[in-house]
Design a protein around this ligand. Structure first.
Ligand code: TLP
Length: 336
């Protein structure tokens, strides 16, 4: 089976398994796990922030960030197809008493400064006030679009002028950086916090990083504890995370494989493929997405439905160029 459902499905490499076994550990709630401390320092450095904190999942990183930036009842300005709004079980409302105000980011999920100004709500006797702007890069639902540093800067600058902090859900920030050929830090130099995942394209089995200023991360540690994410000998998972960070240049291969997949699938009658910018390929299907996926599954290829006639395939560490070519052949035969 060629599993293109997500880049979350990768199995740890031998090096990651070695790193888990050999990790020096301590109690991380006391700040005493040397492997976690090392990972946090390197992650902060990668994104050019003063501090970083290890969290078990991207969802927790985003939700802790939202809680740490805001007061209960405030509004969060957020793209309407974004993961934090759509795929995190309404966590903004459930966990932090926040009210999302959605903005349409168009085909690529880009939030413009105009949209920030338009969506902003000043606090008064009737209105809650905007407490946070949340951006996503790459934008998953829009097909892994790599949003440029200029676009991110412009939105964050607009928010700052209004006194609103910006958080970036950068689950795939390193994919964006590789695609745009800029250091990850360049993509977040104007924002207040960023979450990025080790467990997606980077291939780690578990873990994400939340980065920001020292004082922000210090407060975020309390919210991580509150949300049940204070881990003990977490070096066991941070060790593989360090290996994942070291291998980040490899993401260019996933992007090249996504392009090969897109070109191959686009030749098949009944499919129309969006040009991939990173490792996500969106495919429009003439037949219902679930029927198409059933045929693909029987032929030995897995993907996920994104809409009634829209399917997502994702390339990653565990699929080679040859696998991608086989996947194209299998789907072509299934649709024949
Ligand atoms: N995304 C998963 C699914 O939940 C859709 C996937 O397979 O792509 N931000 C973004 C942009 C994400 O894509 C995801 C996971 C998360 C946050 C949450 O990360 P985890 O799964 O670690 O909580």
């Amino acid at each position: 089976m060629i599993d293109l459902r997500s880049d979350t499905v990768t199995r740890p490499t031998e090096g990651m398994r070695d790193a888990a076994r050999d990790a020096e550990v301590g109690d991380d709630v006391y700040g005493e796990d040397p492997t976690v401390n090392d990972l946090e320092a390197r992650a902060a450095d990668l994104v050019g922030m003063a501090a970083a904190m290890f969290v078990p999942t991207g969802t927790m990183g985003n939700q802790v960030a939202a809680r740490t930036h805001t007061e209960r009842g405030e509004e969060v300005l957020i793209e309407r197809e974004s993961h934090v709004y759509k795929w995190e079980v309404g966590g903004l409302a459930q966990l932090s008493g926040l009210q999302p105000r959605t903005i349409d980011g168009g085909d690529r999920g880009v939030i413009t400064p105009e949209a920030v100004h338009e969506g902003y709500v000043g606090e008064d006797v009737h209105r809650p006030g905007t407490g946070l702007l949340c951006l996503e890069n790459t934008h998953n639902s829009k097909g892994g679009t790599a949003i440029s540093s200029e676009n991110i800067d412009a939105a964050a600058d607009a928010a700052r002028e209004l006194g609103v902090p910006t958080h970036v859900d950068g689950a795939r920030l390193v994919n964006a950086a590789v695609a745009l050929d800029v250091p990850p830090a360049r993509l977040v130099c104007e924002v207040d916090s960023v979450m990025f995942c080790l467990s997606k394209g980077l291939g780690a089995p578990i873990g994400s990083m939340l980065a920001g200023p020292e004082e922000f991360i210090e407060r975020a540690r309390r919210h991580r504890k509150l949300f049940g994410g204070g881990m003990r000998q977490a070096g066991i998972v941070a060790g593989p995370g360090l290996r994942a960070l070291e291998g980040r240049d490899r993401l260019a291969e996933d992007h090249a494989n996504a392009r090969i997949l897109a070109e191959g699938l686009d030749e098949i009658e009944g499919l129309s493929v969006h040009d991939p910018e990173t490792n996500i390929v969106l495919v429009e299907t003439t037949e219902p997405a679930t029927d198409f996926l059933e045929g693909a599954y029987e032929a030995g290829v897995l993907g996920v439905p994104f809409d009634d006639h829209l399917v997502r395939f994702c390339t990653h560490l565990d699929v080679s160029r040859a696998d991608v070519e086989t996947a194209i052949d299998r789907i072509a035969t299934a649709l024949d």
